[in-house]
Design a protein around this ligand. Structure first.
Ligand code: SAM
Length: 303
């Protein structure tokens, strides 16, 4: 049985064409592709790639200036943070939340937009696997090209489950019987009509937005369209810890905000969303509330 796409590049001794992530004594990372006969240069000397070709992962190489570098393959979270970017990427912590709470499974039929730099596409492709389908829509041809290069560099070539279309999702979405739709864009509410036609009953819509105004407009628009169960909005935070002898405390710095996530399940056709048991908070929809049709929803940096 042949290995799943990309798996052979994740294990075994280093080979020509593999990505290598070096860690220097200060913990800084450098990523490059192994080529026979080439040298890797640092400001503290160089070493030949040939020293790593055939060596096990986790080897240590020394430059001509006697500085030691630890060599490992980058993990996907490392890779997406170091690859060339067109637009802001989905951070690994959010990609993990999306894979779990949008319930991405092997063989799933998934649609996503926009593609940006291809970070989330790579996570989704690994989760749906060779027997699944990921159809990604991106309105900007230049971003789609960057994403294609990033995804193919990661998997070592085209992924059999991946189709990439340049254009707006709401104008081009042609897929039917879609299990999951993931929207990472400025105005996901513009895609709800098209998405609700594509999703199977019980299918999941997952939106990733940067600002509270976008979050509000997304949730209210999902309620208004009427063919989804009650949307679930949340955010996640990761706090790293410093653990050294008696000094055990949270790191001083953390990534405080990346974005908000919302999931909603597609109802069967013709079904009315069940009434919510809890009444909205007093004043939530008072005279100052203008409804999801108003305003731009804010911009954040997730264009
Ligand atoms: C924040 S980026 C997506 C990043 C991507 N998810 C990643 O992980 O690298 C948002 C992208 O959505 C694209 N976009 C915005 N609205 C769109 C639409 N209606 N259809 C397709 N692409 C859209 C933008 O051009 C931009 O590249």
């Amino acid at each position: 049985m042949s290995e799943p796409t990309g798996a052979a590049r994740r294990r075994g001794p280093f080979k020509v064409g593999d990505q290598v992530q070096l860690t220097d004594p200060k913990g800084r990372h450098y990523t490059f592709t192994l080529e026979a006969g080439k040298n890797f240069h640092t400001h503290k000397g160089s070493f030949p790639h040939d020293e790593l070709i055939g060596a096990p992962e986790g080897s240590v190489v020394r430059t001509t200036g006697n500085v030691a570098y630890l060599a490992l393959r980058p993990l996907l979270p490392d890779y997406v943070l170091s690859m060339p970017r067109g637009a802001a990427v989905v951070y690994p912590k959010d990609a993990g939340q999306i894979l779990a709470f949008a319930d991405i499974f092997p063989g799933a039929r998934v649609v996503e937009a926009g593609v940006g730099s291809g970070s989330l596409s790579s996570f989704l492709l690994r989760a749906v696997g060779d027997q699944g389908m990921l159809h990604s829509y991106e309105r900007r041809a230049d971003f789609a090209q960057i994403a294609k290069e990033n995804v193919e560099r990661y998997f070592g070539g085209p992924h059999p489950a991946w189709q990439l279309t340049v254009g707006d999702l709401q104008d081009n979405l042609s897929d039917t019987d879609v299990d999951r739709v993931i929207l990472d864009m400025l105005a996901p509410w513009e895609c709800l009509d098209a998405v609700s036609k594509a999703l199977v009953p019980g299918g999941i819509l997952c939106c990733y937005v940067a600002t509270t105004t976008q979050l509000s407009k997304t949730v209210e628009s999902i309620r208004e369209i009427g063919c989804f169960a009650e949307p679930q909005p949340w955010e996640s935070m990761i706090r790293n810890w410093h653990v050294e002898g008696l000094a055990v405390r949270p790191d001083h710095r953390m990534i405080g905000h990346t974005g908000f996530l919302v999931t909603a399940r597609r109802l069967a056709d013709g079904v009315e969303p069940p009434m919510r048991r809890r009444r909205p908070a007093k004043g939530a929809y008072g005279e100052d509330y203008e409804g999801p049709g108003s305003g731009s929803g804010g911009s954040g940096d997730r264009g």
